[in-house]
Structure formats: structure tokens, C-alpha cells
Write a protein that binds this ligand. Structure first.
Ligand code: NAD
Length: 302
């Protein structure tokens, strides 16, 4: 049977994800896309002339698609979108939210979908960044009823490499927040360690290779090194453009701190790290850049 898909949020991540989903469509399938930024929609239509239509609002997506994927910035955007969907004449039976949001919003929406719309809701946040989104190699952390995982895996394989069954609804988000807490700390630690070593007279490449073959090794040191010129493909080597925005990192860390409160988990470094991102995102030469720009905020040599 023909399948109809909807995709809401064609941003840095959503656009390439929707593009990969489109690649997997059979001739009889269809895809409806929507973003509040008209330019993104028009660009998507231009680049994917077949089997795709643009919706004029969120309701239209839910009215035309069996499966809807959302990839939005923050919890409030996801809430707003689902409030609008609730009021429409919904055809959708499966909703998949890939945004990084908080556990409570996820739970509330999952309950609403089940009770009011009689559909399924999966939380399926991702890691792998914009490069992973483009290459279709994202890792999906999926929270869903156990008997729905096979179906979730099949859909998400069109956009990702590793599809992980985290458990019941909400556990995908829990996994994502825990991972990004570690990432937030690793990034600052790497920037500080690189800055320290360089100021003590070490060559940046020598120091990076020591970290990467020793116990200090982590994703920020190895793949996303914050010092310009160490890793050719890292945002630091292109004035910190693209990548994972510092404001999104600050947001994710805030969500982890919130989750720590409700679950009574001690995060001893969280508040201090939050202050670092909050201060750095306000500096004109750091704002809007990849979160590794913390190195610049520290006054690191570039
Ligand atoms: P983005 O800001 O680039 O894209 C979000 C898109 O949503 C924008 O195009 C925006 O116009 C659109 N949007 C906002 N409100 C909308 C609405 N009401 N209806 C329709 N569209 C709306 O953000 P992104 O980098 O694509 O990230 C999306 C989510 O994925 C975030 O939660 C982020 O934390 C998470 N994430 C990002 C990365 C990354 O590397 N960028 C990696 C993993 C996870």
C-alpha cells in the first residue's frame, strides 16, 4: 500500500533527514513538508521535485500523512505544533519526535496522542550532528512500546545508521540528555586542556594527538577539536561555522539540569558548565557558532 509521510521542521538537521527519508520513498509514496520559514520549504521543493508537496500549516501535514516526523528546536515549539495538530482532522497514526526536548513534554505529548488521537508516539532524538544527518548515519535513541520498535527501526533506518531501543516512551529523551550532559562537559574540558597545554608551550597538534591516544580522548578532542587547524573538518577550522550551535548546547544542558532535579541526580559540574555556555553565547564573536567556540571564549590562541 502507498505510504504518506509528513515532516515538520526543515532546519540544519531536519532538512537533510527529510531528504534521506525522501530517497527511500517508493513511487506510490508521498511526503508533505512544513517549516515556518518559507525559504526552507521552497528550497526543499526545488531540490526534490517528485513525490513532495509543501503544507501551508502544521494541521495540513497531520491531515495528509500516516506518519509524521518532527525535528524542532525547543520544547515550546514541539508543544505548539502538537497543540495545533490536536485541533485538526488528524489522519496520522504514528508521530515520531526527533527533537531534543525535556522528559515532561515528551510524556505529556505521548499521553495526548494516545488518549485523544488514538495514535502512537515515539521519542527518537538523534546524535551524529549535521554531518550524520546528511550522510544518513545518525544514531537514533528510541523510546516506544516494545511491540512497535521493529516498525520504528524500519522507518528510522532510512535516516540513520544505529537505531537503539532504549525502552518505554521517554527513555529515548533520557538517553539523549545523559549523553549531551557528558558532551557539554567534555567540550569544556577539552577546550580548557588544549588552552592550558598550548599556553604552557606545547604545539597544538602534538597535544591533540596525545589526548587522542591517551586517556583524555573524547569526541570533542578527536572529531570536533575546538582549536582551529587541528582537525580540518571541525567547525573550529572554519571560524566555528555550522555544527552544533552553542545555544542548542546551552538548551540541552538546561534540560539535563531540569531532569536531574526531578530525578534527584547530582550533577556537580552542570551549573558551572551552564554558566560557561550562557556567557559565551552572548559574546558577539561566539554567538550563533558551534559550541566548540568555548575555546575562543576562554581566550585560546587561534
Ligand atoms: P534548527 O534551528 O536549524 O531547525 C529547526 C527548524 O524548525 C527551523 O527550520 C525552524 O524554522 C523550524 N520551526 C520552528 N518552529 C516551527 C514550527 N512551529 N513549525 C514548523 N517549523 C518550525 O535546529 P536543528 O539544528 O535542526 O536542531 C533541531 C533539533 O535537533 C534540536 O532540538 C536540537 O537540539 C537537536 N539536535 C541538533 C543537532 C545539531 O547538530 N544541530 C544534533 C542532534 C540533535
Amino acid at each position: 500500500a502507498n505510504k504518506s509521510y509528513g515532516f515538520i521542521g526543515l532546519g540544519n538537521m531536519g532538512y537533510p533527514m527529510a531528504s534521506n527519508l525522501h530517497k527511500s520513498l517508493k513511487p506510490e509514496d508521498s511526503l508533505v513538508v512544513f517549516d515556518v520559514v518559507e525559504g526552507r520549504l521552497q528550497q526543499f521543493l526545488k531540490e526534490h521535485p517528485e513525490k513532495v508537496s509543501a503544507a501551508t500549516n502544521v494541521s495540513e501535514v497531520a491531515e495528509k500523512s500516516d506518519t509524521v516526523v518532527t525535528m524542532l528546536p525547543e520544547p515550546e515549539h514541539v508543544r505548539n505544533v502538537f497543540e495545533e495538530i490536536q485541533k485538526s482532522n488528524v489522519k496520522t497514526t504514528t508521530f515520531v519526535d526527533c527533537s531534543t526536548i525535556d522528559a515532561q513534554t515528551t510524556k505529556d505529548i505521548a499521553t495526548m496522542v494516545k488518549q485523544k488521537l488514538g495514535g502512537s508516539f515515539w521519542d527518537a532524538p538523534v546524535s551524529g550532528g549535521t554531518v550524520g544527518a546528511k550522510n544518513g548515519t545518525l544514531t537514533f535513541m528510541v523510546g516506544c512500546p516494545s511491540d512497535e520498535f521493529v516498525q520504528a527501526e524500519k522507518l528510522l533506518k532510512t535516516m540513520g545508521g544505529r537505531i537503539i531501543n532504549c525502552g518505554a516512551t521517554g527513555t529515548g529523551i533520557a538517553a539523549k540528555l545523559a549523553n549531551n550532559y557528558a558532551l557539554a562537559i567534555h567540550n569544556i574540558a577539552t577546550a580548557e586542556a588544549m588552552n592550558l597545554g598550548i599556553r604552557l608551550g606545547l604545539d597544538k597538534n602534538v597535544l591533540a594527538s596525545i589526548l587522542n591516544t591517551s586517556t583524555g580522548r573524547c569526541w570533542p578532542s578527536e572529531v570536533n577539536n575546538p582549536v582551529p587547524g587541528v582537525i580540518e573538518t571541525a567547525p573550529a577550522s572554519r571560524d566555528y561555522q555550522g555544527g552544533f550551535g552553542i545555544s542548542l548546547m546551552r538548551k540541552d544542558l538546561g534540560l539535563a539540569l531540569e531532569a536531574a532535579k526531578t530525578s534527584e541526580s547530582k550533577l556537580t559540574l552542570g551549573e558551572d558548565a551552564y554558566k560557561v555556555y550562557k556567557a559565551a553565547e552572548k559574546e558577539p564573536d561566539c554567538a550563533g557558532r558551534d559550541f566548540s567556540v568555548v575555546y575562543r571564549w576562554l581566550g585560546g590562541k587561534e
